[in-house]
Design a protein around this ligand. Structure first.
Ligand SMILES: *[C@@H]1O[C@H](CO)[C@@H](O)[C@H](O)[C@H]1NC(C)=O
Ligand SMILES: *[C@@H]1O[C@H](CO)[C@@H](O)[C@H](O)[C@H]1NC(C)=O
Ligand SMILES: *[C@@H]1O[C@H](CO)[C@@H](O)[C@H](O)[C@H]1NC(C)=O
Ligand SMILES: *[C@@H]1O[C@H](CO)[C@@H](O)[C@H](O)[C@H]1NC(C)=O
Ligand SMILES: *[C@@H]1O[C@H](CO)[C@@H](O)[C@H](O)[C@H]1NC(C)=O
Length: 584
């Protein structure tokens, strides 16, 4: 009895400990018949599963509330709604400096695409936490996050501009994390998704361990793509060029030079001379290039001559453009932004009178280059919880439209997040990426910058740490191509190519993440083993016998190349292992 009690106390204790510390990166993107349990057991929400009637819940505005049960599942219904905010609410106490992760399962009484948003009314105004495009007859998962400017009470409520639907909610969760916990999630995630344990064993010709063998490990090439945009000035300004090449970036995007208006400034007169030169510069430096962009759905960024074309003329001009640029650079770029910013804009959809214009361009793109990933590329998705056009579930809806278009099911799609920040909301950034990453598609940060303000460098540091540590993120490109009269929103360097504070942040993090020369040294133990935790990438290891080390390490050491790779999920391997034999 005592033992049993002790066990359950330990269980409870470790259970809470894990709850308080670890972060749940999961999200659900399918609409399901029955909601899952609330994440974190509901966190600080009272009666999160609605198992105790309406305890803890009250109406918001003039909605009427009902407690319902269906197939053994209990939930809350807000009906008789006349205003977008008429709904169900719970009052909570929120603390400044905490990060809050929010989630809920939502259903509406009718319709297939009804946007519903979770908002907190605080004394300093309304804080949007997250949105979902909800449906009837099944439950959709809403995930979001927020912080507050001042501690105090806040009222959680849901809102929908469509007042003809009832809002149903269940399994609602609000989990606070301290700053320290938030940082520890990042730390643990980096250990888990960006690094692997490596075990090297040093033996002699007979296979016996060599104690104290000296080991020097150097990284030749990092695995994670990290870089910055460039523009054509790099071709003619040697200082810009040498600054950029000194940075050890592994990926770049041309700011404007691969856009339609640059490549075909006059109809029928294509000019790829600048993009050709920039591509050959990047190749020479072994820097990958993202193809940006094939066409752009924003009416204000068309070549000037495009605006006067009829529907049929536009269709043939746009398909000619697509085949031209993709044919030219096929196999030479690692990604294509196919229809740029098609969540906020619909130039082609409108002009071609075809609601599926984007889906059709992706279809043509898959045909033109079947091995490169075709990206959507959009702003505000992780930057701005108030943007109802481009939030993560609107993004999912667009992806679905494209994927379900005939012929597109097997096309390789990617999720591009521009990431033009002002003041970052880390809790919202993380949860938004959780939702997008649940698709299993690669998620890239394509145009990261932070508006100029007194915290610009600190915000850049916060954001980069959040993004690099997120398991869903597969690459990061910053939007800081240099212009003498000022960069688009953020520069890393001044006009003498001396770091600005933002540039210092980038250098510091690149060093911390082993993007620069990552060198580790150590000695084998009595069993010949040496263990290290290394960032994924290509390495070279040199090993020397302890007796030889003192005089001439580099001439006597045995050298091996190896790769540090993510460990195969489900395998029993706990490290990448390598046996090195040296002569004694
Ligand atoms: C509200 O949603 C219903 C169900 O989808 C739809 O029939 C109706 O047109 C929508 N109303 C508005 C104003 O969008
Ligand atoms: C290895 O180094 C340790 C510490 O310097 C020393 O005590 C030990 O004797 C060495 N072992 C061998 C086999 O040289
Ligand atoms: C887009 O294409 C799909 C599949 O062919 C079709 O079901 C849908 O109605 C089309 N949508 C529009 C807006 O044309
Ligand atoms: C409701 O409509 C307004 C005006 O179009 C828009 O700004 C707002 O974001 C919408 N709210 C939601 C929850 O979609
Ligand atoms: C385990 O590690 C060994 C040595 O690195 C490797 O050959 C093997 O493929 C790995 N097995 C799995 C299942 O990952």
């Amino acid at each position: 009895m005592v033992l049993q009690l002790l066990c359950s106390i330990i269980f409870l204790y470790t259970g809470l400990g894990a709850n308080a510390l670890s972060y749940d990166y999961s999200a659900h993107i399918e609409c399901v018949r029955k909601p899952e349990k609330a994440q974190y057991g509901g966190g600080i929400i009272t009666n999160p599963e609605l198992d105790n009637g309406l305890k803890g819940w009250s109406r918001f505005g003039y909605a009427k509330l009902l407690h319902k049960e269906s197939e053994g599942n209990r939930f809350i219904v807000a009906h008789s709604r006349n205003q977008p905010y008429d709904s169900v609410s719970q009052r909570l106490y929120l603390q400044k400096n905490n990060f809050y992760t929010f989630s809920a399962w939502i259903q509406v009484s009718k319709g297939n695409h009804v946007p519903v948003r979770a908002t907190f009314k605080t004394k300093n105004g309304f804080k949007h936490a997250g949105s979902v495009v909800a449906q009837s007859h099944c439950w959709s998962f809403l995930k979001g996050g927020l912080t507050v400017d001042e501690s105090g009470v806040a009222d959680l409520y849901f809102e929908s501009n469509n007042t003809s639907v009832d809002i149903w909610a269940d399994s609602i969760s609000l989990q606070p994390f301290t700053q320290k916990q938030w940082k520890s999630h990042q730390y643990h995630s980096i250990q888990k998704v960006r690094k692997s344990n490596v075990r090297i064993r040093v033996v002699d010709r007979r296979g016996d361990p060599i104690e104290n063998a000296t080991i020097l490990i150097e990284r030749n090439k990092p695995n994670f793509p990290f870089g910055c945009a460039i523009n054509k000035l790099i071709l003619t300004n040697p200082a810009y060029k040498s600054w950029f090449t000194s940075k050890k970036f592994t990926v770049t995007t041309f700011e404007d030079e691969m856009k339609w208006y640059s490549n075909e400034p006059t109809q029928g007169k294509e000019d790829y001379s600048i993009s050709d030169q920039m591509l050959s510069f990047a190749k020479g430096q072994q820097i990958s290039v993202r193809g940006h962009n094939v066409v752009w759905d924003d009416p204000q960024y068309q070549p000037y001559w495009v605006k006067s074309l009829s529907g049929q003329q536009l269709y043939s001009a746009a398909t000619k453009r697509l085949n031209s640029v993709m044919g030219k650079y096929k196999g030479q770029v690692i990604a294509w932004d196919v229809v740029n910013e098609n969540l906020h804009n619909k130039f082609f959809e409108t002009q071609l009178r075809n609601g599926n214009a984007s889906a059709e361009f992706y279809n043509l793109a898959f045909g033109a280059d079947s091995s490169t990933i075709m990206f959507l590329n959009e702003y505000n998705t992780i930057e701005s919880p108030g943007d109802s056009l481009a939030n993560p579930t609107q993004y999912l809806k667009k992806l679905k439209e494209i994927q379900s278009f005939p012929g597109n099911a097997n096309g390789k799609l990617g999720i591009g997040l521009e990431s033009h920040f002002d003041v970052p909301n880390l809790a919202y950034i993380r949860s938004s990426i959780d939702v997008l990453a649940a698709t299993g598609l690669p998620v890239w940060i394509t145009e990261l910058d932070v508006k100029s303000n007194s915290n610009q460098a600190k915000y850049l540091d916060d954001i980069l740490r959040e993004l690099f540590s997120h398991p869903g993120i597969k690459g990061i490109v910053m939007w800081a191509s240099w212009h003498p009269q000022g960069c688009w929103a953020m520069c890393l360097t001044d006009n003498n190519f001396k770091n600005l504070p933002t540039g210092d942040v980038v250098d510091k993090l690149m060093a911390e993440w082993g993007f620069l020369n990552d060198v580790v040294t150590g000695q084998a133990n009595a069993f010949g083993f040496y263990d290290a935790s290394l960032f994924h990438g290509d390495y070279q290891v040199r090993v020397a016998h302890p007796a030889q080390f003192k005089n001439s390490f580099f001439s006597t050491a045995t050298s091996h190349s190896f790769k540090v790779t993510p460990l195969v999920v489900g395998s029993r391997n706990r490290s990448n292992s390598l046996v090195i034999q040296i002569s004694d």
